[in-house]
Design a protein around this ligand. Structure first.
Ligand SMILES: [Fe+2]
Ligand SMILES: [Fe+2]
Length: 194
């Protein structure tokens, strides 16, 4: 699960979607770093149960949760920016969207190779080397992508979006994860004032 659903927990919630998106970045970095460490260490040889569990968790994240994060940006945040943002911020959003399309095929390749490794127990050395190269390419891509989203896109969005925009974005993020926004917010309010 990429987002904690219990509003009593300390992570940003659907009522602060920009902070929530930034928190997702920390998970992208952690899962990618784990995959790179493990792939570099084993080179396609059989993993321990513990490391194959970490690989499986990373594969699960990049197969299901990470694509939702891209949808959150492209289908919820960027359309609101189209209404409110200045030309510079819109140009940045267009650049970031193009980088998503660069990342997509790398994720597809990395997910396929990781799945094959987990299914077979081992991966031929040349395929493991290709997997490592794809993961490192993703790491390099995300280093600047995430830095620009955290330092430029989200602060720019916070400055130009209205409260109602942020609520709509938060509702869409919740719906994308099968969470009832109103129930989530009511639970949060009850927990804040028991
Ligand atoms: Fe992005
Ligand atoms: Fe992002």
């Amino acid at each position: 699960m990429d987002i904690r659903r219990d509003p009593s927990e300390g992570e940003p919630g659907f009522d602060d979607p920009l902070a929530l998106l930034a928190a997702c970045h920390r998970r992208v970095e952690r899962f990618l770093a784990a995959q790179i460490d493990i792939t570099g260490y084993y080179g396609g040889e059989e993993m321990t149960a513990s490391d194959s569990g970490r690989m499986r968790a990373a594969l699960e994240y990049f197969s299901h949760a990470a694509p939702r994060h891209t949808q959150d940006e492209e289908e919820s945040l960027f359309p609101k920016l189209q209404l409110r943002a200045d030309a510079n911020l819109l140009a940045l959003a267009a650049e970031l969207q193009a980088q998503h399309r660069q990342a997509d095929p790398l994720h597809a390749l990395a997910n396929r190779a990781t799945q094959a490794w987990l299914d077979q127990g081992t991966l031929p050395a040349d395929q493991a080397a290709a997997l490592l190269a794809d993961l490192q390419a993703l790491e390099a891509l995300y280093a600047s992508h995430i830095a620009r989203e955290d330092a430029e896109l989200f602060p720019g969005a916070r400055a130009c979006l209205k409260h109602v925009d942020l609520e709509i974005i938060g509702r869409e993020l919740a719906a994308r994860r099968g969470v009832d926004f109103d129930r989530w917010r009511a639970t949060k309010a009850m927990l804040a004032h028991p």
